[in-house]
Design a protein around this ligand. Structure first.
Ligand SMILES: [Zn+2]
Length: 252
């Protein structure tokens, strides 16, 4: 009996230690996303619906930021027809806030089923970065399963909206031998291809931007919405992507 008690105590202790270490590891690895999630309970100040800043942000900077937010919302609404997502936007400019919320000083989004948390740093305080992250959030909101689209499509759509990759056509020309050799997009179906530290990331963003801009020019926002609907119905991306383009081209 005594032995049994002792045994269950040991098992309890091991189990407790196991749970404790899981909590410690997840709090360390996911510390920033978790901080973003609890921004309502932090010292960050909410200056508009879903917009959070550090309390010492100057009034003209606040005004400027809210103008960027409005322009970004308009850009996303233009591409999708309307904007249905409402992610939180957390603006971090001080080293302290960056350390608490941001993985990089430009922009990033932490995705959760109940809400998306966008964190922008000093390099992301502009319409390009904010509209880029808003586009990701909008697609996630509309698409039931984000894995239904390849990563290059997700990034291509966001770069098409953000406007920073204005040389995309030139980059695509170089990589396709002036359009004679099709670019293989399959290696671009990985987050690694677009990772902040990847030397090829800039090229990959341009190539993704080229392809999605080309496709969107043909299918328009109704085509984009149709694609999302079809994917939510269980259809395959490759098939629908081509089909919508063929249908739109035949209509013209
Ligand atoms: Zn992106």
């Amino acid at each position: 009996m005594k032995l049994l008690k002792c045994k269950s105590k040991i098992i309890g202790l091991i189990l407790g230690l196991f749970i404790f270490s899981i909590v410690v590891v997840s709090l360390t690895v996911y510390a920033k996303p978790v901080n973003a999630m609890f921004v309502d309970y932090s010292n960050m100040e909410q200056i508009d619906k879903d917009v959070y800043v550090e309390p010492d942000l100057k009034s003209d900077e606040r005004t400027e930021l809210l103008e960027y937010v409005m322009s970004s919302q308009d850009k996303v609404a233009d591409v999708f027809g309307e904007r249905v997502s409402s992610p939180y936007l957390i603006v971090t400019l001080s080293q302290q806030a960056l350390k608490k919320y941001a993985e990089n000083p430009t922009g990033q989004t932490y995705y959760y089923p109940w809400k998306n948390y966008i964190v922008v740093g000093p390099k992301g305080l502009n319409v390009s970065v904010i509209s880029h992250e808003f586009t990701h959030a909008e697609l996630r909101e509309r698409l039931h399963n984000k894995n239904k689209v390849p990563v290059w499509f997700d990034e291509g759509l966001a770069t098409m909206v953000d406007g920073r990759y204005s040389n995309y056509e030139k980059v695509w020309m170089e990589h396709s031998n002036n359009g004679e050799i099709p670019v293989d997009y399959s290696p671009l179906d990985s987050h690694q291809a677009f990772h902040y530290g990847n030397a090829e990331a800039w090229t990959n963003y341009n190539l993704a931007c080229y392809e999605v801009s080309r496709w969107y020019t043909i299918v328009g926002s109704s085509g984009l919405i149709k694609l999302i609907d079809e994917l939510n119905e269980g259809e395959q991306f490759d098939v629908q992507y081509k089909l919508l383009e063929t249908e739109a081209s035949n209509r013209d």
